[in-house]
Design a protein around this ligand. Structure first.
Ligand code: XMP
Length: 507
């Protein structure tokens, strides 16, 4: 398979370069900038891209790749810091300039290769402090802006290019076109990275493993896709386990069980450990303690299952590419199977090795695979749900009454959003409950009941979130239903705090 290797110099956009390239079906991989020449050679890249980064090529701690990497005779594209690195390395001069951040108009001076079929000018996203003052011998300027004369440079005979702007961000018009020109025209890479192809290769690799595989499933996309891929490869040597910890949404255990039973032929065990989890949470108010207890109990339940339902040789996990990069253990695409022990807090003596079939993939690629594997549409729609479940949506102690309120009220919020066609448009939606009580009147009687907080937020990645401006009529409907259908509730509130300063979950 052809492959573009992106050397990461620390730009917040480095991942985006890979994602953009993969979108046009060429495999791209992010590696640390200090990868050794030998390691890079082993990856056998079709082209190399140097990402942007916050440093200045002149600072003493500037990240500089191994010298030999510049002379590999493989097409090279430098972006922002990567561009300055190329200028500096090949004998040009980089100078400190006025910081430029935002959109600039790039005028195209030569439309061969890199800037082919881009037009006469385009908007280019800039984010830099340095710029090329003098370009190296052999290079020519192929694009400029009002402020930067060498905004795009090329040494066409050697297929080395540098651009001061970021083609990977959406604000750069034709950014994908430029990346396509480099990857397809300059590097000549084949567009052979498809999810159908990925499935075939992954299944082939997994089929070679020996022993049984244990896979925890939650009903989320990642764990479901992991299970389906492994099942395709080894059939019933895969055992899936779903744990009901008593902190799930209303009817969730049945829904997940039915989904697996009706759609997939995997060996599926559902363990109802609700009493065990809730017993341990009895009397516990501190949110972090609740999280810890839920985590510990998962390990106990899993360990028991692995001990009695085994023997198992492997534990499957839904690790994705950004997690692999973040943890700094990127080993390249061949490392679909990583082996080490004592995983996720499971005891050493279980001797489980890790199987991570999705460790090369981005989330949108996993979703594509889910579609190919015919995962039901309903599962795609589901909102993210926290691992510790409703224990983080119940403020204070988790009691049977508060749990019941939280489950039913959340169901009402979800149902009403679905009825109004808004469920899929929002990021998360639920009802939380604490210990505060407020007075209400039922018939002629005054009664104290719980206060329920509805929380509905918009977000793209959960790092920030805004409260959703729901129509008042919809809020009224939710409120009426909650107080009518749950006897213990007298008041309903709507949370209008964004993240930051609030968080999405109340605990
Ligand atoms: P916060 O509340 O931090 O939530 O704004 C951000 C996203 O993470 C989810 N979340 C969790 N997920 N374990 C999880 O697996 C947790 O302890 C946890 N706490 C929050 C939350 O639902 C939101 O999507």
């Amino acid at each position: 398979m052809d492959k573009i290797v992106v050397l990461d110099f620390g730009s917040q956009y480095s991942h985006l370069i890979c994602r953009r390239i993969r979108e046009f079906s060429v495999y791209a991989e992010l590696v640390p900038y200090d990868i050794s020449y030998e390691e890079l050679q082993k990856l056998n890249p079709t082209g190399i891209i140097f990402s942007g980064g916050p440093s200045s090529v002149y600072s003493s701690d500037a990240p500089i790749p191994e010298n030999k990497i510049f002379d590999m005779n493989i097409p090279l594209l430098g972006i922002c810091y990567g561009h300055q690195l190329i200028v500096n390395k090949f004998g040009g001069k980089v100078k400190r300039a006025n910081k430029e951040y935002g959109s600039s108009l790039l005028t195209i001076d030569s439309d061969k290769d890199l800037l082919n079929e881009i037009g006469k000018s385009m908007k280019a996203w800039m984010s830099h402090g340095d710029e090329a003052e003098q370009i190296p011998e052999g290079f020519k300027i192929i694009g400029h802006t009002e402020n930067v004369k060498a905004a795009a440079i090329a040494f066409e005979e050697k297929s080395i290019y540098g651009i001061q702007f970021h083609p990977e961000v959406v604000h750069t018009e034709q950014g994908t076109g430029i990346l396509k020109n480099f990857v397809l025209k300059v590097c000549g890479a084949k567009q052979d990275w498809t999810m159908e192809g990925f499935i075939d290769t992954a299944v082939e690799r997994i089929a070679k493993i020996e022993g049984n595989v244990l896979c925890g499933v939650s009903g989320g996309i990642d764990s479901t896709v992991v299970a389906l891929l492994i099942h395709k490869a080894i059939g019933d040597r895969l055992k899936c386990v779903f744990v009901n910890n008593g902190l799930l949404r209303l009817n969730e255990e049945k829904e997940i069980k039915d989904m697996f039973k009706d759609n997939f032929k995997v060996d599926f065990t559902s363990i109802n450990a609700a009493e065990q989890f809730l017993g341990k949470l009895n009397g516990v108010e501190d949110p972090e303690k609740k999280r810890m207890i839920v985590g510990e109990e998962f390990i106990h339940v899993f360990t028991d299952f692995a001990k009695n339902g085994g023997p198992f040789k492997w534990l499957a996990q839904g690790t994705l590419y950004p997690d692999v990069i973040e943890s700094g253990v990127s080993k390249g695409p061949a490392a679909v199977i990583k082996s080490h022990h004592n995983v996720g807090g499971l005891p050493d003596w279980l001797n489980l090795e890790i199987l991570e079939p999705l460790r090369e993939l981005y989330k949108d690629e996993v979703r594509k695979i889910a579609k190919i594997l015919e995962v039901p549409e309903k599962l795609f729609m589901r909102h993210p749900f926290p691992g510790p479940g409703l224990s983080v949506r119940i403020i204070g102690e988790v009691t049977p009454t508060k749990l019941e309120i939280c489950k039913i009220a959340s169901k009402i919020v979800e149902e009403e959003l679905m009825n109004s066609g808004l469920y899929e448009k929002v990021w998360q939606a639920y009802a939380a409950v604490g210990d505060d009580r407020a007075v209400g009147v039922v018939g002629d009687e005054r009664r104290y009941g719980n206060i329920v907080m509805i929380r509905v937020v918009d977000s793209v990645d959960a790092m920030t979130a805004d409260w959703t401006r729901l129509p008042h009529e919809l809020l009224e409907k939710m409120s009426n239903r909650i107080t009518n259908e749950i006897e213990d509730v007298t008041w309903v509130t709507y949370t209008i705090s964004s993240k930051p300063p609030a968080t999405i979950e109340p605990q």
